[in-house]
Design a protein around this ligand. Structure first.
Ligand SMILES: Cc1cc2nc3c(=O)[nH]c(=O)nc-3n(C[C@H](O)[C@H](O)[C@H](O)COP(=O)(O)O)c2cc1C
Length: 199
C-alpha cells in the first residue's frame, strides 16, 4: 500500500453502514496513482458480489494511461454531441460535451471498466452489483469513485474495443473512475424511500 493511501483514511475501520453513507461520486482527485495491490483488492471485492446462477459474467479493464483517458473522453463527448437531442441523458450531458475543458474522467488517474463477457437476463445486474462492491471497498480504503456512464457508448464502439484489446462480443457495462479524493464531496440528498405496499 502506498504512503499516500496509508496517510489517507485507509486505516479507519468503517462499518458497512458507515461506508454506504460515506460513498460519494467524487469528481476531483489528487494526482497520486493507485497501487496495483490496492486495485487487486478492489477487484477481489467486486467479484464477491452476488451473481445469478454463479455465472460471474464480468471482466475488468484497468486504464491508467493518460493519453488513452484523454482520447476516450473526447470520443465520449463527440458521441454525446451527435446523440439523440431528445434523450434525457443527452440533454443533461450536452452542456458538458460542449465545454472544451470538460474531461469525462475528471482528473482521475485510474479508470476501471466492468465488461460483460456474454449476454443474459441478469448479466448487467451482476456487473452493477460488482460495481457497487468495488465502490464501497474503495470508499472503505479512503478512495473516491464515480460511475462514468457517459463513456459507455464510446467504450462499446468497435474502434475502442480494438484499441483496448477487448473482444468484440464483450460489452462495457460500468466504467468507474478511482483515485484519492482532493477534498470532501457534499452528499447529494435522497428522497425518503417510497413504499408502495407493505402487507
Ligand atoms: C448509471 C450511472 C451513470 C453515471 N454517469 C455519470 C457520468 O457520466 N458523469 C458523472 O460525473 N457522474 C455520473 N454518475 C454519478 C451520479 O451523478 C451520482 O451518483 C449522483 O449524482 C448521486 O451522487 P452520489 O453518488 O454522490 O450519491 C453516474 C451514476 C450512475 C449510477
Amino acid at each position: 500500500m502506498s504512503d499516500s493511501l496509508k496517510s489517507s483514511k485507509a486505516e479507519i475501520n468503517m462499518s458497512t453502514m458507515d461506508v454506504i453513507y460515506k460513498r460519494r461520486a467524487v469528481r476531483d482527485y489528487l494526482p497520486q496513482a493507485i497501487d496495483k495491490m490496492v486495485i487487486r483488492t478492489l477487484l477481489d471485492a467486486a467479484v464477491y458480489a452476488p451473481t445469478a446462477i454463479d455465472e460471474e459474467p464480468w471482466s475488468f479493464a484497468i486504464i491508467q494511461n493518460q493519453n488513452i483517458l484523454d482520447r476516450l473522453s473526447e470520443s465520449a463527448k463527440d458521441l454525446i454531441r451527435h446523440g439523440d437531442k431528445n434523450s434525457t441523458e443527452v440533454k443533461h450531458l450536452l452542456p458538458h460535451a460542449n465545454t472544451p475543458d470538460y474531461h469525462a474522467f475528471y482528473n482521475a488517474s485510474t479508470l476501471i471498466v466492468i465488461y460483460s463477457k456474454f449476454q443474459g437476463q441478469f448479466v448487467e445486474a451482476d456487473c452493477w452489483l460488482a460495481a457497487e462492491n468495488l465502490m464501497l471497498a474503495a470508499c472503505s480504503k479512503g478512495l473516491g469513485t464515480c460511475v462514468i456512464g457517459s463513456s459507455v457508448l464510446a467504450l462499446n464502439t468497435l474502434e475502442w474495443k480494438a484499441e483496448l484489446g477487448i473482444p468484440a462480443e464483450m460489452m462495457a457495462v460500468v466504467p468507474i473512475i478511482i483515485g484519492l479524493p482532493a477534498g470532501e464531496t457534499p452528499p447529494v440528498p435522497r428522497k425518503p424511500p417510497e413504499i408502495i405496499v407493505w402487507k
